[in-house]
Design a binder for this molecule. Structure first.
Ligand code: ZN
Length: 103
């Protein structure tokens, strides 16, 4: 797992301090713009796809997930700066798609 890897709505930024049991943890940037620390095995297994703001939506709304993936790819191509504006727009789109009837 290296910085720039994508896991759902999360982009790996850097390795974090080890968990109490010695397990690797990574600091990730969520599509909502929040940083979150997740366990390596959870990221690898797909157990976590966001900081918790979106939850299962990341696995359900495939159209939206494609949008987020595209944004993550753009982010990978950028320098290390965080494009908070476009991530914020995506987040509002994700929120809209939580409306009943769209899922
Ligand atoms: Zn989030």
């Amino acid at each position: 797992m290296t910085p720039g890897d994508r896991h759902g709505y999360l982009v790996v930024l850097r390795e974090s301090s080890r968990a109490a049991n010695g397990g690797r943890r990574y600091v990730c940037l969520c599509a909502c713009g929040r940083e979150t620390t997740q366990r390596w095995q959870d990221l690898r297994a797909g157990n976590v796809v966001s900081c918790g703001c979106i939850g299962r939506l990341g696995r359900i709304a495939s159209l939206n997930a494609r949008n987020v993936r595209a944004a993550h790819q753009r982010r990978q191509q950028q320098a290390r700066g965080i494009d908070a504006d476009s991530l914020g727009i995506l987040y509002s789109l994700a929120q809209r798609q939580r409306e009943p009837g769209l899922l």
